[in-house]
Design a protein around this ligand. Structure first.
Ligand code: SAH
Length: 204
């Protein structure tokens, strides 16, 4: 996976490659989909949700330019896999999930794989961010939003990075936003297909 799907497509950050080589992706997938753990595509995690293709997890993580000291917010924790990768790259991760079953699953997966120490799973509507532990050095959103929720920008530190799929419920642009004082610079990283973001700033 690391050689053929990540390095071959231009993921160069050695810390991202190391984290993805080390974290056992199969442990985050339901028993019946384990054979597809390292497939080059998204995989079902139940409840109509999917774990992103490995390349997209790596690309999003690389965009955040994490060095190891950051506090990161993830919106859409799902299986907990992406949060585990972020936890390997930053000091601490707050991973928000709106579905109680998936929040519990993520917590169990993170504990079983020894990735829970610096990842806090929170059951909440992450489209509002998570004010209690803000501000964040970086924010990663794993569900498609109609537009960038304002609370996420408000909870981002100055010069912080936010990566988020924005578009309609089928196709989106993966945006990388960088906060610079009162301004935000944004660019499109690539086209993507994520499941919809629910909640107050998501799709009703
Ligand atoms: N990052 C996950 C996969 C994300 S799938 C992984 O590594 O497995 C998208 C997830 O976003 C789903 O679990 C879905 O329930 C969750 N979600 C959707 N809207 C949300 C919201 N408003 N707040 C928090 N989580 C949300």
């Amino acid at each position: 996976m690391v050689e053929d799907q990540l390095r071959a497509r231009g993921i160069e950050d050695p810390r991202v490659l190391e984290a993805m080589a080390r974290i056992p992706r199969e442990e985050f997938l339901p028993e019946r989909f384990r054979a597809e753990s390292y497939a080059d595509e998204p995989v079902s995690i139940g409840w109509n949700q999917t774990i992103s293709q490995p390349y997209i997890v790596a690309l999003m993580a690389a965009c955040l330019e994490l060095k190891g000291e950051e506090t990161v917010l993830e919106v859409g924790c799902g299986s907990g896999y992406h949060a585990a990768v972020l936890g390997a790259l930053a000091a601490q991760v707050v991973a928000v999930e709106i579905l109680p079953e998936l929040a519990a699953l993520a917590q169990a997966n993170l504990e079983r794989t020894g990735c829970a120490a610096n990842v806090r799973v929170v059951l909440a509507d992450g489209s509002h961010g998570y004010e209690a532990l803000a501000p964040y050095d970086a924010i990663s959103v794993a569900a498609a939003a109609p537009s960038t929720p304002k609370p996420l920008l408000d909870q981002l530190k100055d010069s912080g990075r936010l990566v988020i799929p924005v578009g309609d419920m089928i196709d989106q642009d993966l945006l990388l936003l960088r906060k610079a004082g009162s301004r935000t610079h944004s660019h499109v990283v690539t086209g993507v297909r994520f499941v919809p973001l629910r909640g107050g700033h998501g799709w009703r």
